[in-house]
Design a protein around this ligand. Structure first.
Ligand code: HPA
Length: 277
């Protein structure tokens, strides 16, 4: 990682702070079909990614490309309405650049949401899964290259990528709100194809509960930047090899949109109560 990266982060941060001086505490990445949480952001400023220096643009279906600054339940937040994926052809440095910029803006906590295929046979389409750990199966890493020690360590610790206290808080809220949640391991792949039956079998054997094409590179960079992370997956399809149906991204988006009110409720309350843990 080069000094040039620090300069790019600085230029993007400056550009955003010129438009709104907020000092957000919490960053949120809204994935497939989950972008509506932004309707709950008060006093918001919307900045299209294409206006922000060095930001890529979202090309994935169901992903709008806006950075939104404002407040949810009084807490200062910065939200990404849509994210970048490796399969879009961006480098992992580009994919994770917004996480670095949100850190530079002041966030301490990153909340990740995504759509994922359910590997665990107990999961049903529409269920939510709180991510407890991940497996990086992208064959790549956003930290490859020279390390800038001013940003983070050469060899970041990964013993607790997802913050235990945030997981407990999310589970407590889910129980109170009667929202069904699982816990599980998310495996990150590159996509863009969905997996074969043999691959789903393999993913189950190696310990995955859900599979998706995002999140893992962002969380690696978040940990490199000393951020606390909470990740929630919406299970959009059931990846059971012996009764596998063809997966269609339109169905993935439809299921994610249907589960969206529950995801939104959960994330809203986590934000409201984050201060007390
Ligand atoms: N595989 C990979 N990514 C996904 C899936 C899947 O089955 N569903 C939603 N995102």
């Amino acid at each position: 990682m080069s000094e040039a990266l620090r300069e790019k982060i600085e230029k993007a941060r400056y550009f955003i702070e010129q438009r709104k001086k907020l000092e957000p505490e919490i960053g949120i990445i809204l994935g497939t079909g989950l972008g509506k949480l932004v309707e709950d952001i008060e006093d918001q400023l919307v900045i299209p990614y294409k206006d922000i220096p060095y930001f890529a643009t979202s090309t994935a279906p169901g992903h709008l490309g806006n950075l939104i600054l404002g407040r949810i339940k009084g807490e200062k937040v910065v939200a990404m309405q849509g994210r970048f994926h490796f399969y879009e052809g961006y480098s992992l440095e580009e994919v994770t650049f917004p996480v670095r910029v949100m850190k530079a803006l002041g966030i301490k906590v990153l909340i990740e949401s995504n759509a994922a295929g359910g590997i665990n046979p107990n999961f049903r389409a529409g269920d939510l899964m709180i991510i407890t750990d991940h497996i990086n199966l992208t064959g790549n890493n956003p930290l490859i290259g020279p390390n800038d020690d001013k940003i983070g360590p050469r060899f970041p610790d990964m013993s607790e990528p997802y913050d235990k206290k945030l997981i407990e808080l999310a589970e407590k809220i889910a129980l109170e709100e009667r929202i069904k949640v699982h816990r599980g391991v998310y495996v990150g792949v590159t996509g863009p194809n969905f997996e074969t039956r043999a691959e789903y079998r393999f993913l189950k054997i190696i310990g995955a509960d859900a599979v998706g094409m995002s999140t893992v590179p962002e969380v690696i960079v978040a940990k490199h930047s000393s951020l606390r992370v909470l990740g929630i997956s919406c299970i959009t399809d059931e990846c059971i090899p012996d009764r596998l149906e063809p997966v269609d991204f339109r169905k993935v988006i439809r299921v994610a949109e249907k589960a969206e009110p529950q995801m939104t409720k959960l994330v809203q309350r986590v934000i409201a109560e984050i201060k007390i843990i």
